[in-house]
Structures are given as C-alpha cells and as structure tokens.
Unconditional design. Structure first.
Ligand code: ADA
Length: 573
C-alpha cells in the first residue's frame, strides 16, 4: 500500500499495484457478466482512474480489471483494497468474494480456501450513477466522480494466527500515556504465544500469553517516557511494532501514531491544551490526468504548497482522505477534517434507510482506516445538507452519534449552509459555516457586514429554540470566489484573478484582523477541479471546472496565492 512506512516485517504481503488487464463493458448489467469468459482488450494502471485517461475520458459504464497473485499455502489470505469508485464486485479464482459500495475507503475480503499457486483476481467496477446500487456518488454533486481502482490493492497471507486491528489512543499527553488495543484471530487456538510490543525500538511489553480462543482483544496502557507530543508546530511521531508468535505461526504489524489530545473549550479548539487557530483550505483529491488516484508526487506537491501557503489545516472535502495524504499530514503537522462522502442531501436521502446504511458503512470505514492518525482532529458529515429541515435531524443524530461511539477522542462537525435556521448545531463540537458573500450574493465591500450578521445571529439571536452558540467554536468551512486561471482583468470583474484575490483579502482581514470570533477557516478551495456533468449544466462551471482554487488544477498559482500566503504566514498571528 502507498504508505510512508513498512507495515509488516513477518507477514507476507503482495502489492498488486501496476498495470492490470482491462476491458470497458459499457452498459452491461454486472449480473449478466460471466467473469470467466471475459476478453480483455486493453490495460489500465492500478492505482488509477480509467476515466481520467484520454481514451476513456468522460465515459461511464461497467468495466473489468484483471490481475494475478500468488497463493503460497492453505492458510487464510486477505485481499485489501484502499478505494474503488463507485461500486465494485470482487472475484478471486472465479469465486465471488462480494461487492462494495462507495469510493475513498479501505475494505477487504477474506479468500475462501484456494489451491496454492497463481490465482486470478477480477474486479467489476462501475462509475455510473445508480442510486439504488450506490447512493453515495450522485451526479448533482459538484466534483467529477472519477471511476476505477483509485487506491492501492494488496494480498496478505494472514496465516493461522494474525493481528486483525491495532489501535493507539492517547490517554494523557502530559504523562505520554497511551492505550494500545489489538484484536487477534486464529484458525486454531494459538495456545502459549509470545507477545512483543516495541515503540521506536524500545521494549514496551514482552509476555507469554495463553490464547485459548480463536479471537480476542487485548488492551495495554503504557507511559512512554521517551515520547514527544504531536502538535501542528512539532508533529512528533512514534512507531509501534506488535509481534505475536506461538512457535509455529507468527504475525506482526507496525503502526505509526502521535500523542496528542484535541478538545474544545468555549470558542476555541485546543490541541494538548493549547488553543489552535486553523488556517487552511478545502481540498479535493483530484487532478485532470489522474482523477482521484493522485500519484505520490502530486500528493507531496500539494502538501508542499499547503505548507508554503502557511496552512496548518486542510478539510478533506467531501470524502474520506487517502492514507498516504494523511501520512504526509501526520509528518508535517497539517490538521485534517476528514469527512464522510456527502453533498447537499435533502430529506429524500436523509430519511431513506438505504442511504443512511451506505453512509454508516462509509463512516465506519473512514474511522477504521484513519483512527491512528494524529493529524485527523475532526470528523465531518453531510456537507451542506438540509440540517434546517426537522425531518433530517434524525440522520444527523444517527451519523454524529455513530462517530462519537466509534471515536470519542476527536471532534465532530458538519459544514452547514443554513447559518440562520440550522436545527442541529447542538449535536456538534464545532459550528462550521459555508458562506459565499461577494460571490453568489452581494458585493465584496458588503462582506464584513454579511459575515458579522452570521456571527450576530449565532451568538446573540440564537436559534429558533432560543439557544445561542456563543459558547462553541465557529469555523468558516467554505468561503471564496472563482477565478479563471490566467484571466487578469484591469476591471477586476468576477472570474478574474484580481477579483478572487481581493475577495479573499477582505475575508481574511475581516475575520482574523478586525474580528476574532472564528477559530479557523478552510478557504474554498485549494485547487481547481473538474465538476460533474449535471453541475456544469445547472450552476455554470466555466471550462467544466470549479474554478475557486487558489492554484489551478495543475497546481499553478493564481494572484490570490501570494495574498493568502502573506496573511497565513505574516499578518494573522
Ligand atoms: C458548496 C459546496 C462545494 C462547492 C462550492 C461552490 O459550498 O460545498 O463543494 O460546490 O459550494 O464552489 O459553489
């Protein structure tokens, strides 16, 4: 998998990235496809988005990918996929393992007993919009939903005894106290088993366990005297290595973690009891040549630019973030708002059990794949959905409740575009507002008054129930303007780079120099990205792109870049 560190020494893993056989099947019904008679007439990169390649640009339909891997023996094997869009059905050795709904999250299938030797792996993948099959990718959402095996694929030999999960939780930063919890699984009772737990090479625990069950969970609480805390300014990381060995079988795994605690206090967000002001961007994981399958080079470049701009924050809009990108955020101290896939959902979706079920699965997978990341400080859901509609409140309660249940250590929020009539702010730790004064409504010189009106309402007038939110942190989770790359106009009209630069300067000056109510901002947006077919028709997206990036889709800076860089690095304290 594309990670910044090796995850196993002992476990046998095969990275199946590369070029797979490929065939575009178009309007075929997946149920009508016999994978054993497919004829592959092309090839496709994995990780990769097939509809980001010139030949299949703009195409939507069913496709098939094929590769092979090695099975060494008759013990459990697991196929791990880090992100397939939008829907897939997985076959190994001609046998159906199952299907998965929704991109951007890691999932896996355990193989049935298979004869040792070379085994064929086939994925049917579909990037068509089909609410019944996949209610998470819908054509009205304002980004291009690329399809394909967009992230890494690995085959792991689990063997008769393996480590299923390994979770590290900070208990007390000042004492460098953490909790280590892991699950094991086995095909037969492991019996006496040597446990070895080291951190950065230091022995944390060595003992002989007597494991009589086929599965179990073990928890340790340790104080790491040598450890340093993780924070945006000093993102210290530590590496845990867990090994289980019962003499016949062994398994191990590495997990990198940071010791930090995040909480809210009044209008502030605190990391390790220090107030933090979050300055950054909303970022789509997108590129015209790679779709959602950003190569390492682009992910490194994006982090370089975010750091150059003086960011300490990035909102992963509008879906769960790539494990490699989160590794880079861990290392550079970029705080992350990691978000379940979603965009402007109405009661029609939010009262549909089919939709909520898919949301819960995406949410649970997002938490599972990023729970040990110190950079992830908050979880988000349901971008700009109908949180002002009483019929939608139960969905917010369900999803936010599930997030808190899975992970009580992080903040929860959602980006609301209903600042004056939202009914769900009591459910979150941070109130986050998307607003576009000076772009979709009003003029640039009206922006300060319009922003003050939102703050006045939230802090003074309060909600219909009379509650005020003056005791909660307030984050501007989207604000910005479009600028056609290279359009420099002395009239500084809308769509010019001058207009965008001027609007962002007025916003940053008002929110962080003239006023100090907000705890942070994620400007919309870091880079231009292709929009979806339907949005282009309705909202008007010149070039078919969302042009509100501070850099264009090839990460080339617009005029606004230097303005934001100056404010984030010098003016805002
Ligand atoms: C909304 C939405 C973003 C984008 C933005 C825009 O706030 O959350 O995804 O569509 O509007 O550019 O209008």
């Amino acid at each position: 998998m594309r990670r910044r560190f090796r995850e196993h020494d002992v476990r046998l893993t095969q990275d199946l990235g590369g070029v797979w056989d490929f065939v575009f099947l178009g309007d075929h019904d997946p149920d009508a496809v016999n994978v054993s008679t497919l004829r592959y007439d092309d090839r496709m990169a994995v990780p990769g988005c097939f509809d980001a390649t010139p030949k299949y640009a703009g195409r939507r339909g069913l496709v098939a990918y094929r590769t092979t891997a090695l099975i060494y023996d008759n013990t459990p094997y697991r196929l791990i996929l880090d992100g397939v869009h939008h829907w897939c059905r997985v076959f190994v050795g001609g046998q159906l393992l199952g299907e998965h709904v929704g991109g951007f999250t890691s999932f896996h299938f355990d193989l049935p007993p298979i004869e040792p030797g070379e085994v064929e792996i086939v994925l049917l993948v579909d990037n068509r919009f089909d609410y019944a099959r996949c209610p998470l990718h819908l054509d009205y959402m304002d980004w291009y939903h690329y399809g394909g095996i967009a992230r890494g694929v690995e085959l792991h030999r689990l063997g008769p005894l393996w480590i299923e999960t390994l979770k590290v939780t900070t208990l007390d930063p000042s004492a460098r106290k953490i909790q280590i919890e892991f699950d094991y699984r086995a095909t037969e009772p492991p019996g006496p088993t040597e446990l070895s737990l080291t951190c950065d090479g230091y022995t944390v625990r060595e003992e002989t366990l007597t494991l009589t069950d086929l599965s179990g969970t073990l928890t340790y609480q340790v104080e790491l005297a040598h450890a340093a805390l993780w924070s945006p300014d000093s993102p210290h990381l530590h590496m845990l290595h867990l090994m289980l060995d019962n003499g016949e079988h062994a398994d191990d795994c590495y997990e990198r973690f940071g010791i930090r605690q995040v909480r809210v206090e009044g209008q502030q967000i605190l990391i390790n009891d220090e107030p933090v002001r979050l300055l950054g961007y909303c970022r789509h994981t997108a590129h015209p040549q790679f779709g959602h399958a950003l190569p390492e080079a682009i992910q490194v470049a994006d982090v370089q630019l975010l750091q150059d701009l003086g960011c300490n924050f990035v909102r992963g809009s509008h879906y769960p973030q790539d494990p490699l990108f989160l590794d880079l955020c861990d290392e550079t101290g970029l705080c992350v708002w990691n978000e379940v896939i979603g965009w402007q959902h109405t009661a029609e979706h939010l009262t549909d059990p089919h939709f909520i079920q898919a949301q819960l699965r995406n949410l649970e997978e997002m938490v599972a794949m990023s729970a040990n990341r110190p950079s992830v400080i908050m979880w988000g859901i349901l971008n700009e959905s109908h949180s002002s509609d009483p019929a939608c409140r139960p969905a917010y309660e369900t999803l936010l409740g599930r997030l808190r249940q899975l992970d009580p250590t992080r903040l929860v929020t959602y980006a609301s575009n209903h600042p004056f009539d939202d009914l769900c702010f009591d459910l979150v730790d941070v109130i986050s507002i998307n607003t576009y004064p000076g772009w979709y409504w009003g003029e640039i010189d009206e922006i300060p008054a319009m922003l003050d009106q939102i703050v006045h309402h939230l802090d003074i007038e309060g909600q219909p129930a009379g509650a005020t939110w003056a005791d909660k942190p307030l984050l501007i989770s989207e604000i910005g303007a479009g600028a056609i790359p290279g359009w420099r106009d002395q009239n500084a009209t809308r769509w010019s780079e001058q207009y965008q630069a001027r609007l962002l300067e007025v916003v940053l000056k008002h929110l962080f120099v003239d006023r100090h109510r907000v705890c942070g901002i994620s400007l919309w947006q870091f880079c231009d990205c292709r929009s979806s077919e339907q949005v282009r028709r309705i909202l008007g997206r010149p070039r078919g792109f969302n042009n509100k990036g501070t850099v264009d889709e090839y990460r080339r800076p617009k005029l606004a870049y230097e303005i934001v860089k100056r404010y984030f690095n010098e003016i805002i304290d």
